[in-house]
Structures are given as C-alpha cells and as structure tokens.
Design a protein around this ligand. Sequence first.
Ligand code: HPA
Length: 233
Amino acid sequence: MSLHIEAKKGEIAETVLVPGDPLRAKFIAENFLSDVVCYNRVRNMFGFTGTYKGQKISVQGTGMGIPSTSIYVTELVREYGVKTLIRVGTCGGLRADIKLGQTILAQSASTDSSANKLKFGGMDFAPTANFKLLSNAYQKAGELSIPVMVGSVFSTDTFYGDEANRYQIWSQYGLLGVEMESSILYTIAAGEGAKALSLLTVSDNLVTGEIASSEAREKKIEDMAKIALESVS
Ligand code: HPA
C-alpha cells in the first residue's frame, strides 16, 4: 500500500499503461486485458491488472498534469517495483498540418514546469523517451498499419493561458504537440532506472482551433492501447 494506491505488493505488473483519465484505464482494462482485477479505487484513480497475450500488465490512471502524474508514477516505481511505463494520452497539435486523431510518439518533452528545475537545482534536464520502447512502438505501429509521427512535445503546467500564440516559439523549434504529463514521466523514470514512453493522440489543434469529438477520441485510444500492448508483449 502507498499513500495514493491501495494495491498490495505484487498486485501491480512490472509494465503499466498510464493514461491520465482513470475511466480510460477502465476502458483499456475491460477491452484489451483478460482476468482483470481492480486494485485501486482511492480518489477514483482506478488501477487494474490483467493479462495480455499471457503477460501480466497493469493500467493506472494518473490524473491530469505534472503534480498528479508525479505522485502516481513515483509510487508505482518506488513502492511497487514498476519497470516500464507507457502513457496513453492526448495532446493539442502545434502545427496546422497535424490532423485530429494523429498518433504521436513523444521522443522528448520540453516543459514550462518548475518541477524539472526543482529536481536539478535550477538546471535543465532533457527528458527523453526510452529508445527501445520508442523503437518497438514505432515498429509495431507500422505492423498494425497505424500511421504515427515521432517527435518532441511540450508539457505545460497551464492548460489555459493568457497570451495569444503562446506556443509559436515551440512550433518554430519543431515540437508537434502540447500536453501536461510527459516531461515528468520521463524525468522520474530516468531517475528511478525505469523505462518510459508517451503515446499521444491529437485531440485538438491549437493552430486551427479544431476539436475532436469524444467518439473519435475513443477510437484513437484503441489504436494507442494496441501499439502500447503490442510493443511490450
Ligand atoms: N493543451 C494542453 N494539454 C492538452 C491539450 C492542449 O491543447 N490537448 C490535450 N491535452
């Protein structure tokens, strides 16, 4: 048992999918895993363990944003010995030509969060995905005929900002999307000797203002779950 997760030791797999939304964790567990057990209901931040092609896999909601994600990810690695974490989330597209529903494999994550600087005495750590996970996911997406883009994303602490074009500098530097979790996931995983990768579906586009319907998002979550589960099995 940890502060925010009520599972007993051994109830969580070494490989965990970490969507932000706990109901997405439930959806993935119910639709992709067999022999599912719910191990966490604290704060309704559901966590499930089941099997995929005979392998033990867990799915744990993390909530939105860097502080919430850091709590769940830290407890998973420190208290439950988790070794591999794959985020399955959404992001806003940072270029007009990035379509809604596009799947992005986040190679690295820049951030405006002070969490990174706090950990490194004011200096900047460069949070990056684990190469093997990234390369496996890229290959499996190809085999599944799911088109993906690989590139950098931005993890912000503020969903709603005040300035227009606040992400212009980041698109100029080639970033593909903005979300709120990947930089801390990559940073914690690196510090704890775990592997991490973020798979993201574009749910809105900050340049064109388009927003995906919830049905369209659901379909894409299935694509990400397939890539994630196939790349670790
Ligand atoms: N901004 C920040 N986080 C997000 C967005 C966004 O537009 N879309 C999905 N997560």
